[in-house]
Design a binder for this molecule. Sequence first.
Ligand code: SER
Length: 592
Amino acid sequence: MEISELRSVYLRFFAKRGHAVIASASLIPEDDPSVLFTSAGMHPLVPYLLGQPHPEGRRLTNVQKCIRTTDIEDVGDTTHLTFFEMLGNWSLGDYWKKEAITWSYEFLTSKKWLGFNPDKLSVTVFAGDDDSPQDKEAAKVWQSVGIPKERIYFLGKEDNWWIAGNSGPCGPCTEMFIEVDEIPKCGPDCRPGCNCGHFVEVWNDVFMMYNKNEDGTYTPLKQQSIDTGMGVERTAAMLQGVPSVFDTEAFVPILDYIRNLSPKEEFTETDERLARIIADHVRSAIMIMADDRQIGPSNVEQGYIVRRLLRKSIHSADRLGIEKGFMIGITDIMIEMFKDIYKEVERNRKFVIDNLEAEEEKFRQTLSKALRRFDKILNDTGTITGQDAFLLFTSFGLPLEMTRDLAEENGIVINMKEFTKQFEEHREISRTATQGKFKGGLADHSEEITRLHTATHLLQAALRKVLGDEVTQNGSNITNDRLRFDFTFSRKLTSEEVEQVERLVNDIISKDLPVEHYFMPYDEAIGKGALAFFKENYGEEVSVYQVGSFSMELCGGPHVEHTGVLGSFKIAKQEKIGAGVMRIKAVLESAS
Ligand code: SER
């Protein structure tokens, strides 16, 4: 079965069962600054899962464009992709487990629909823990439709619980796996979710029944809902009996095109993997850029992900001997592929092509300089040290992962400790320099300044919620008695907007939320929606401060431990300080 048919039979199956067919939402979440991309079909439907009535009713079905960067390192294997499409059916306080599971089983196994062999179907259900009991009900329904006990696996939260992000609607889920005979079991403990490739997950039915609060507790939802997700490319690969998603028609034309452009006669396994990475990454970057929000490569947020995807692709293409301009042809293949379903790809062709060309031009120059330096170091010294990797990173813009790949090919393992040490030292130097330069900067740890510093994060988050995502930090300065925050925005705030911002901040203060601090890789932080300022100073591991789902920023600190100590937040003054730049001064009136 072809992908276009899979999409249409799925929608038909659920339309016949009373579901309204709704369009895919944008890849860039409209009202949720806490995430960068729509990474699951449920994202755009969160308000309705929480109880708001949906204009199309209580039963919906759709094909949703998704971007997930969490699995980016796995791209090139048989199933992982950064852009994919997800089929979903939704019950908003309507049907529950019995119908959801019975329909999933019928759709997967009936000869009238997908016709998978029922003997090859295994399922997982939630094993239970202190937050929620074992899902005996789901297991019972699976047994009633004919899945024997030994093919029903009880697993914990890491496998059988779904939540998007840290808080919001969530609940236990049941996942469906098809066994692939060609890939042998990895051992006696081989089971769904073990990731050896023998069991391939095709569908996930989530039983949304709780809201996870910002303090980590769970409250039962007013209505119980069903959220299901079936990966289009994976399911198509299984239906077509091909070994990977890259062997479906979503990728074959792109990979053929890449192979043709390369002067290499034979592709090694590494070359094949590079070709898959190019195909996946360029496809994702094009889909993000072609979304009507028109996001091009940049150093912040979604644009940063586009840049990383493109740079990795350009580097991979370079290694296959593919010359400049290769991404234009991929765009045209994708326009052809998606012209009936995602018309925006064709509509935004010019924007996409212009950005692809500019990014490639810029990065090829840096890349060739960096590669020349890499070769020289290797020739002169016979190795690449952690210090060399650091130099290539800071002076030539060669991302660490690329240096690591190149070194590996030469049989060299980069000493990461050494790299990190260099990086830490560098950070210490910049920190000391900052201390001298800006009083009230990050190095000044007085209590007042710490409180105002946390208030600045809350202010930025609140401004973005009230005025929109175009608000980004332009500068910040803190003295003992006030914060000053400059941001991109073209006009003064109205008095209602000022009030709204103050209310949002004071609300978070009165909730006394913990201010959490983590270290994580830059990509992961950006992928989780962290705001980044002064991006060029950051290395691989970054320091992130988070306040519930309200605010998340890359920042060296320090911050208060709980928002409750901030007192009362008040905007004291606002002024326009340049074209498109506003300045706010704010104070904390009295600490509780
Ligand atoms: N939200 C669940 C998932 O993405 C089901 O759609 O797997």
